[in-house]
Design a binder for this molecule. Sequence first.
Ligand SMILES: Cc1cc2nc3c(=O)[nH]c(=O)nc-3n(C[C@H](O)[C@H](O)[C@H](O)COP(=O)(O)OP(=O)(O)OC[C@H]3O[C@@H](n4cnc5c(N)ncnc54)[C@H](O)[C@@H]3O)c2cc1C
Length: 460
Amino acid sequence: MVEPEHTDVIVIGMGPGGEYAAGALAEAGLHVTAVEDRLVGGECPYFGCVPSKMMIRAANLIAETRRVPGMAGTATVTPDWSPVALRIREEATDYWDDKVAADRFAGKGGHLVRGRGTITGPGEVTVGLPDGSRVFRARRGIVINNGTEPAIPPIEGLAGTPYWTNRDIVQAEQVPESMTVLGGGAIGAEFAQVFARFGTAVTVVEALPRLVSFEEPEASALIERVFMREGIRVCTDAPAERVSHKDGCFSVHLGGAVLTAAQLLVATGRRADLAALGVEAIGLDASARTVPTDGWMRAADGVWAIGDVTGRGAFTHMSMYQAGIVVRDILGQGGEPADYRAVPRVTFTDPEIGSVGLTEAQAREAGLRVRTGLTQVPYSARGWIHKAGNDGFIKVVADADRSVLVGATSAGPCGGEVLSALQVAIRAEVPVATLRNMPYAYPTFHRAIEDALRPLEVLS
Ligand SMILES: Cc1cc2nc3c(=O)[nH]c(=O)nc-3n(C[C@H](O)[C@H](O)[C@H](O)COP(=O)(O)OP(=O)(O)OC[C@H]3O[C@@H](n4cnc5c(N)ncnc54)[C@H](O)[C@@H]3O)c2cc1C
């Protein structure tokens, strides 16, 4: 019988939110025990947002250089992956070493335990270690931030092949000659475009009828058009039936066709393993995909959950936002509970697809009296001036009864940046009349919002 060690708060998983919450609670004077079995910081800095955005920055430089002819003279670019791979190793991930983050947490007074934590009772977490196990008992409670891992679909033949997930592709030291990407969501689309711009022959295979299917159909059509123009093959409505790997070549069988490529990236979603976490011990459903929480991120008595596992949007900003709420709740500081009306998300393809709130279809399903407005970025002053690489649109979705926006998509150059104005409008429920009667700086990309709002004149 292992003697339990007492602590105030146990944080399981040090993703972006867990790291923030654990650090803030330790700085506030609580005894915080954080359990992490991989890297402090989680998926985002080592395998997700940061390395992928470094790749995208490099790939966009190549694309911009290719846009020089006809606009600014001549330019040739010879893509070279080695500076990208080196930058990810040296600047982003420290060769996948989290010493800096672990030291930062210790500097705040936190206690890091490396190993896999399992909830073994109310307020109790057991960490299995090579030389036995340690049991921790929390006086205040447990914060679950176990995140997600790549979900591998049960496709015949796939298991056992040397396919890549996001955790492998960010470590690539060379680009493959050819690559099939299973999954046309945000992660698959971003990596597909990066590698295509570096010379890989890329095919994207998506089981659903369109790429980035959670976005407005106009966004899917735009990305598919841009991809095809850039030489990326797009197969939609095409569930992969079988995969094989022989002599360094992957074959993906779908609907009578066989796609062959040197590499296969599986980007078919994310999953959280709640059974392995032991949530049954605190009365939560181990077979569920997510941990439901209230506005204060409470999942059960003395249990909070944050991040991807809450199913409120698998984004770093969501994990951090929820972590702030948990910190306030545990410290008894009050404030506002979680509000998910205006959660922004950005797919960092070129053009970027930024969106917030409800899509038109979701607004209709919610029973709202919907009005929409849409404008094409190339027809705006700035889009026309920008010329090469100006693909994009802004779409707004309004609740006609309340005369406020409930959703918006901003696709185009800086689409994610333009989104912020729309996010404020939705979150603060700014009346459409106010949005329509204010000057937008000329000639910015965000000025196209004014054009998108024009069909909503009737609401002003
Ligand atoms: C390729 C890619 C690109 C992305 N790009 C973006 C982007 O541009 N913008 C954005 O906002 N989001 C992006 N994301 C999503 C983002 O990475 C996650 O939403 C973010 O990391 C928040 O996750 P989290 O806090 O839930 O935990 P995670 O980051 O998943 O971390 C959870 C941690 O918990 C640990 N853990 C799990 N179980 C246990 C256990 N039982 N015991 C101990 N430790 C455990 C894991 O080892 C891990 O370190 C991207 C993701 C991927 C994969």
